[in-house]
Structure formats: C-alpha cells, structure tokens
Design a protein around this ligand. Structure first.
Ligand SMILES: CC(C)(COP(=O)(O)OP(=O)(O)OC[C@H]1O[C@@H](n2cnc3c(N)ncnc32)[C@H](O)[C@@H]1OP(=O)(O)O)[C@@H](O)C(=O)NCCC(=O)NCCS
Length: 196
C-alpha cells in the first residue's frame, strides 16, 4: 500500500511565462520530501514551536504525509516542470476550529511550503495557493477555508492577505517560543464568489 494516499486531480496554471502545475503528490516524491523536511531553515518557517533547529528523519516524513493524506488532497508544485514545493487542501482536522462553524459546514485548510528556497518571495506561493483556493470553491464543495500562520511568518501572512482572507482570530501562544501569536485566516464561499 502506498504511503501517500493517491488522488486524480491536476491543476494547471502559469507563472512568469512558465507552467505552474499542481499534480497529485505520490510516493515517487518522497525523496524530495525527505530533502525538504530535513532542512532546518525551511522547518523554522513551516513548523511552530520552540526556536530550535529541526530536521525530520525519513520515517517521520512518511508518518506525517501518510496521516495528512488520509484527509487531504496533497499536491506537488511544479514550476516549468521542476518540483519546487508541496501543498494540500485538507478537511479541517482541529475540533476547536470545526466547532466555530455550524454542524455540517465543509471547513477545510490549506497548508503550503516551497521546498526550493531560491523560489521564496517571488510571488509563486500566492500564485499556486490561488489555484488551490479556486479548486476548493469551484471544484470541491468547500464552504469555508480556515488557514493559519504565526506572527513571525510575514510571507505566509501576505499570501493569505493577498488572496482576500480575513484575519478572524489572533491567539496568544504560550511563551517562550518563536511565535507570539497564531493567526486564523478565513475565506468563505460567499466572499470568494463575490470577489471573483
Ligand atoms: C510561505 C510561502 C509558501 C509563501 O510563498 P512565496 O512565494 O514566498 O510568497 P509570495 O512571494 O507570493 O508573497 C510573499 C509576500 O511577503 C512579503 N514579504 C516577504 N518578506 C517580508 C518582510 N520581511 N516584510 C514585509 N513583507 C515581506 C513579500 O513582499 C510578498 O508580499 P507582496 O507581494 O505584497 O510584496 C513560502 O515563502 C514558503 O514556502 N516559506 C517557507 C515555508 C512556510 O513558511 N510555509 C507556511 C507555513 S504557515
């Protein structure tokens, strides 16, 4: 049985004259995930908690992606045919967030990372997350996207802001840790439909 649960969706776009594709993440991408998820600089931004160098061994990476893909559609991000990162659209997994919405609401989250660091800060994250937002509302029955970042992650914050998400909750994090606040970002189907 595969580690990463497969799916059949491919999203096509472009960025700066190159193709920007979101393809199903699969076990063939595990070596790339091992590389990215063992990079302390990447994990500094993608993982909360104490400010100490993190590096996940392959077994932890398999466990993480196996668990997430049970409730998510995971994608590899390819720019001009080169895999540069990954992202996913996941059924909300946090009971305290689900309970913020009426029973039956289809609440989902998006998580994202560009593993190849030279691509940070060029607008690519906003471009592929925009594709995933469109997919969530136009091809999936998502009612609400509810996403997260911590206060120290300005690039992530800007992605949510640029895509029209509203900051609906600021939670103080127990100290000491590198983040002081956890931000909750929300975009509803109605807001999306009115915007586009
Ligand atoms: C988060 C991530 C996916 C964003 O993608 P990206 O392509 O780097 O982001 P973009 O270039 O689309 O947007 C970044 C924005 O942050 C802004 N920014 C970056 N550094 C900044 C700073 N120090 N102060 C103010 N703004 C800053 C950029 O100017 C840009 O905003 P603008 O378009 O208004 O100018 C990517 O940076 C990444 O993978 N980071 C590491 C992992 C991570 O943080 N994952 C998210 C966890 S919540």
């Amino acid at each position: 049985m595969s580690v990463i649960k497969p799916h059949g969706y491919t999203l096509s776009g472009s960025f700066g004259g190159q193709s920007l594709m979101l393809r199903p993440l699969s076990d063939e991408h595990l070596p790339l995930l091992y590389k990215w998820e063992s990079d302390p600089e990447l994990l500094y931004w993608s993982e909360g908690g104490e400010d100490k160098p993190l590096s996940y061994p392959p077994e932890a990476v398999r466990k993480k992606y196996s668990a997430v893909s049970k409730t998510a559609l995971n994608f590899i991000v390819e720019l001009g045919g080169r895999p540069i990162g990954n992202c996913w659209l996941q059924k909300m997994n946090l009971p305290e967030v689900k309970s913020m919405y009426p029973v039956g609401t289809d609440v989902r989250r998006i998580d994202m990372e560009i593993g190849e660091k030279e691509y940070w800060g060029k607008g690519i994250g906003t471009a592929f997350v925009r594709m995933l937002v469109r997919f969530a509302f136009e091809e999936q029955p998502t009612d609400v996207l509810h996403c997260f970042c911590e206060d120290y992650n300005i690039r992530s914050r800007r992605v949510w802001e640029k895509l029209g998400f509203k900051l609906i909750l600021t939670e103080a994090l127990p100290q000491p840790q590198k983040g002081r606040f956890q931000y909750h970002w929300r975009l509803t189907r109605e807001e999306y439909m009115n915007k586009f």
